[in-house]
Design a protein around this ligand. Structure first.
Ligand SMILES: C[S@@+](CC[C@H](N)C(=O)[O-])C[C@H]1O[C@@H](n2cnc3c(N)ncnc32)[C@H](O)[C@@H]1O
Length: 168
């Protein structure tokens, strides 16, 4: 299972769901008009492997045990790590699409990553020969024990309903 934090207009979650229909992808996005847009896209594209959920990542800590969490242009790694790592299963991976500050962000986030039990983290460049320039990704691998930020241990699904009633 993949969770895309802060999907916005669908990057990278919708593209990933189109390319990898074998993956179950949850698009996590707090803003109503964006979730409406995302749901319309999912319906139009006919993507049965996608769930759109309206919520902030920090609100759903402990409700998921995802294999992978993705995020692009959502928050600095120091903050993103605290939102993403509690959504991962042990040994799951955060893949944060970053720009040229990736290495600097990784250094700045070392203490936070340690606090959340990350056992490995690196900057990788992907898509060579497909996109120019290649995409810079921070990859952080969760520890074998549940993250300290996790408040529950449900595997692969939701524990309770999403955030309702907010409009922005
Ligand atoms: C700059 S947009 C990027 C959208 C998309 N990922 C992209 O690359 O085009 C950041 C998105 O993160 C969402 N966001 C901000 N804080 C968030 C949080 N705490 N949890 C989940 N999403 C959040 C915003 O609503 C917004 O849609």
């Amino acid at each position: 299972m993949v969770i895309d934090i802060g999907s916005g207009a669908g990057l990278p979650g919708v593209v990933l769901a189109i390319m990898r229909t074998d993956l179950s992808v949850t698009l996590l996005e707090p803003l109503l008009r964006r979730t409406v847009f995302l749901q319309e896209c999912v319906d139009l594209l006919g993507l049965p492997n996608v769930v759109v959920r309206r919520a902030r990542a920090e609100e759903v800590a402990g409700e998921y045990a995802a294999d992978i969490v993705t995020a692009r242009a959502v928050a600095p790694l120091t903050r993103l790590a605290g939102w993403a790592l509690p959504l991962l299963r042990p040994d799951g991976e955060l893949l944060a699409l970053k720009g040229e500050r990736a290495a600097a962000e990784l250094e700045e986030a070392r203490l936070v990553l340690e606090k959340f039990g990350v056992r490995a983290a690196e900057v990788v460049h992907v898509g060579r020969g497909k996109v120019d320039p290649p995409t810079t990704v921070v990859r952080a691998v969760a520890g074998t024990a549940p993250s300290k930020g996790r408040s529950g241990s449900r595997r692969g699904g939701r524990r309770r309903g999403g955030a309702h009633g907010r409009k922005r």
